[in-house]
Design a protein around this ligand. Structure first.
Ligand code: ZN
Length: 315
C-alpha cells in the first residue's frame, strides 16, 4: 500500500467527519497526515480494501433517530424491522406487533369513506392499497372494522323487521368459494338469499337444509314464497316453485357480483374467510341501499329508514 492510497483514505475519513479547515485544503491536510503516519502503517501490510471497509465504518456518523412507540401497547422497546416501499417498519419487543410510523397513517373521515366506496365498487383490497398508497393491512383492518359494525347493526335491524308481514318472498342461493380459485384447498360457499318485499336477507354456509333453516329464522312471515325447484324448499308452505318468479333474485345476485371484487367471476380477488363475505355484503347493503321491489310496503319502508340511520352513524 502506497502513500497516495493512504492519503485518499484519510481524506475520506475527514470528509465523513464533516471537517472544514479554514486555511488549508482538506486534500493537503490528508496528504500531510499520510506522510506523518504513513511509514508505520505501510509496514503492517493490511490490504487497502480492508482498510477502506473500516474507514467507512468509522467515517459515517450514525445519528440515532427517534423511534415511534408501539400503537398496541404504547411500549418504547421498539426495534427496526426492515422496510417496505421505502418506509421503515418497526417491531415491538413486548407484544411482537409490526407497524409503520403510525403518526403518518392517520386517515381522515373523507379518506375512510372513499376507501370503502372503492371497495364496494369492485376494487380489490390490493388495488386500493396501491391507489391510496396505504399498506394492505390498513385497508384490510378498516374494511373489517367498519364491516363488523355494519354487520351487527344489520342484525339488530333484522330483529326489528321480524314482526312485519311481507307480501311475497323470493328465495335463491348463489355460489362462491373460499381460499383459492382452483385446487384441492378450495371450499365452496353458498350464499342463501331471500328477498322479502325486496328487502335482502342472507345466510352463508353449505348448500344444505341446516343453512337454509338459519335463513328462515330471520325472515318475517310471508304471503307467498317463490322458489326454484331445489328440494330443500319443500318445507315451505304457500310455495310456488317456478323459475319465472326468481328473476328478481338473479338481478340481486348480479348486483352483488358487480359491486364486490371478491364475488366477481373474472378477477384474482378471493375470499379468505366466510366472515369477510358477510361483512362485505352488510357494507354493500348499508352504503348502497336498494330495495328489489317496485311497490312500497311497510316492511321495505321501515327497512330503508333503518338503513339510513345506520348509514349516518357508520363511519
Ligand atoms: Zn407493543
Amino acid at each position: 500500500m502506497n502513500l497516495t492510497a493512504l492519503a485518499q483514505l484519510i481524506l475520506l475519513i475527514l470528509r465523513n467527519l464533516n471537517l472544514k479547515p479554514r486555511k488549508y485544503e482538506l486534500k493537503d491536510i490528508a496528504l500531510a497526515l499520510a506522510y506523518s503516519l504513513g511509514v508505520q502503517i505501510t509496514k503492517i501490510g493490511i490490504p487497502p480494501s480492508t482498510l477502506y471497509y473500516y474507514v467507512k465504518k468509522v467515517g459515517i456518523r450514525r445519528r440515532r433517530e427517534k423511534r415511534p412507540t408501539c400503537p398496541s401497547c404504547n411500549s418504547n422497546r421498539v426495534i427496526k424491522n426492515g422496510s417496505s416501499r421505502g418506509k421503515a417498519k418497526y417491531r415491538c419487543k413486548v407484544c411482537g406487533r409490526t407497524f409503520y410510523n403510525t403518526l403518518k397513517h392517520r386517515m381522515d373521515r373523507k379518506q375512510r369513506e372513499r376507501i370503502l366506496k372503492e371497495y364496494l365498487n369492485r376494487m380489490s383490497m390490493r388495488a386500493i392499497s396501491r391507489v391510496e398508497g396505504k399498506p394492505l393491512t390498513t385497508i384490510y383492518s378498516l374494511v373489517k372494522r367498519i364491516g363488523a359494525k355494519a354487520f351487527t347493526s344489520l342484525i339488530i335491524l333484522r330483529g326489528q323487521l321480524k314482526s312485519f308481514v311481507a307480501k311475497s318472498t323470493v328465495f335463491d342461493e348463489f355460489w362462491t368459494y373460499l381460499r383459492v380459485r382452483h385446487g384441492k384447498v378450495r371450499a365452496d360457499l353458498w350464499i342463501w338469499t331471500a328477498l322479502s318485499d325486496g328487502v335482502p336477507f342472507y345466510e352463508s354456509g353449505d348448500r344444505s337444509y341446516g343453512t337454509f333453516r338459519l335463513l328462515l329464522s330471520w325472515l318475517p312471515r310471508s304471503g307467498v314464497n317463490y322458489t326454484d325447484h331445489y328440494c330443500v324448499y319443500q318445507v315451505l308452505d304457500k310455495r310456488v316453485a317456478s323459475k319465472r318468479y326468481t328473476y328478481i333474485v338473479e338481478s340481486h345476485n348480479s348486483r352483488c357480483r358487480s359491486h364486490l371484487a371478491r364475488l366477481a367471476r373474472d378477477t384474482r380477488a378471493v375470499n379468505r374467510s366466510q366472515r369477510m363475505v358477510e361483512y362485505s355484503l352488510a357494507l354493500l347493503n348499508i352504503m348502497y341501499p336498494h330495495v328489489f321491489s317496485r311497490e312500497i310496503t311497510p316492511l321495505n319502508e321501515i327497512y330503508l329508514k333503518g338503513i339510513q340511520y345506520i348509514r349516518d352513524n357508520l363511519i
